[in-house]
Ligand binder design. Structure first.
Ligand SMILES: Cc1cc2nc3c(=O)[nH]c(=O)nc-3n(C[C@H](O)[C@H](O)[C@H](O)COP(=O)(O)OP(=O)(O)OC[C@H]3O[C@@H](n4cnc5c(N)ncnc54)[C@H](O)[C@@H]3O)c2cc1C
Length: 390
């Protein structure tokens, strides 16, 4: 439904209709709550994303009953390959593998699933302000009128306005950016996410079709300046000059930029407001975990809201905060390691060469990153393997 007035009060208002918002709304509606979801854009709008979904995200789509439909439109991913200075390390993904899936297809699917679960979806509505009621909120103000609700869920992405309005923003500017677009190649792609560590940037290639790939560049601010005002031309130049792609690679759309990351919050809730997905914090695109974290944490967020609506105390939000930080801890730590490697090419080459010799260690790290294994599974011999290749 487009815009319109809001004449009733809801159990929950969800701001943002992408993966985190739509999945939270589905779980809440299925728990019997009245939910309205506000999405700023009138129709699906493309966003910068590498479009590689790791196994726990795939399982979450299964929980939402969306897997059969998603499988029809996506490419199975068997694993991840790291490339640096001529060395290549490959790891298969545990937990049934991942998917390369276009957001233009996935996001509307999850949102329409929310509608069929009974969520009142209002497109073309922007949340502008929070409506205070003592220490709590009574809803949000939008450009289509006030929306009254017992709980406000902020699922409005990386540069969350809800997070800022709630005073939960950490005032620290990140220095990393991402640019992504789609290309067609003149050859079929292998079912791997290929990550190339280059001087000054990392290049991610994720198959999303038989001969179509999403290509994402992750880079720091100084390198990002070179793309200013000529994003398309410069992105095309970097891709065509890269040995993993080729002169024949055809750009299929305008590249899109996002950032800066890191974004974070002091905590993902305040009184009867709770944050989910990137709004609750995003460390870096390098681990390729953002969509999975959005989908998995949506389920825990909805459980916390359900419990708050029943008992009226904040204990469930505290538990959600602890759960969420457990969910991202390992991948954030591995992101830090990858960023260190990315900024020191000789170190990246050495680490990739060592992982090439010790694929079990690489597989373990990929499993830890995607929540399939615990950090405790790392043995001293894995650290030795990473450092020496033996
Ligand atoms: C370059 C790059 C590469 C990435 N690669 C990967 C990858 O390969 N795999 C992976 O899993 N993750 C990846 N990610 C991360 C992933 O894209 C995000 O983690 C994911 O999109 C988070 O979903 P979300 O629902 O929290 O937020 P978003 O997808 O950002 O959605 C927020 C929604 O809120 C709406 N909104 C915003 N403000 C308002 C408002 N005031 N009122 C109403 N609506 C509003 C927006 O229109 C939008 O639809 C990447 C990110 C980047 C930048």
């Amino acid at each position: 439904m487009e815009g319109g007035n809001f004449t009733r009060a809801y159990d929950a208002v969800v701001v943002g209709g992408s993966l985190a918002g739509a999945a939270t709304a589905i779980h809440l509606a299925e728990a019997g709550h009245s939910v309205v979801l506000l999405e700023h854009s009138h129709e699906y709008k493309r966003k910068a994303c590498g479009e590689g979904l790791f196994p726990q995200g795939v399982r979450e789509l299964g929980r939402l009953g969306l897997l059969p439909a998603v499988l029809e439109q996506s490419v199975r991913l068997a694993g991840v390959r790291f490339h640096a200075g001529g060395a290549v390390a490959a790891a298969t993904m545990e937990g049934g593998g991942g998917l390369g899936v276009r957001r233009k297809w996935l996001d509307p699917l999850v949102l329409s699933r929310a509608e069929s679960a009974g969520v009142e979806v209002r497109r073309g509505v922007t949340a502008r302000a929070l409506l205070p009621d003592g220490p709590r909120l009574r809803g949000v103000a939008t450009d289509s009128g006030d929306v009254l609700a017992r709980v406000v869920v902020g699922a409005d992405g990386l540069n969350s306005r809800i997070r800022r309005l709630a005073g939960l923003d950490v005032k620290r500017r990140g220095s990393r950016y991402g640019i992504s677009g789609h290309v067609r190649l003149n050859r079929p792609l292998e079912p791997f996410v290929d990550v190339h560590f280059e001087r000054g940037y990392e290049l991610y290639i994720t198959p999303v079709g038989k001969q179509e790939a999403n290509v994402a560049l992750l880079l720091r601010k100084p390198a990002m300046h070179q793309f200013a005002s000529r994003l398309h031309a410069r992105y095309g130049m970097v891709l065509r000059a890269h040995t993993a792609l080729d002169d024949a690679c055809e750009l299929l759309d305008e590249p899109l930029a996002a950032g800066p990351f890191v974004t974070s919050c002091t905590r993902p809730w305040r009184a009867n407001l709770v944050l989910v997905g990137d709004a609750a914090g995003f460390f870096d695109g390098i681990t390729g975990e953002g969509m999975s974290v959005a989908l998995v944490s949506a389920r825990f967020c909805a459980a916390a809201v359900d419990s708050y609506l029943g008992a009226g105390d904040y204990a469930a939000f505290r538990e959600y905060a602890a759960h969420r930080s457990g969910l991202v801890r390992n991948s954030n730590m591995l992101a830090r390691v990858s960023l260190t490697l990315g900024s020191r090419p000789p170190l990246a080459r050495m680490a990739v060469r060592n992982l090439q010799r010790q694929p079990r260690t690489f597989e373990k790290l990929v499993a830890i990153n995607s929540g399939e294994a615990s950090l405790r599974s790392v043995r001293p011999r894995d650290l030795m393997a990473l450092a020496t290749g033996r």
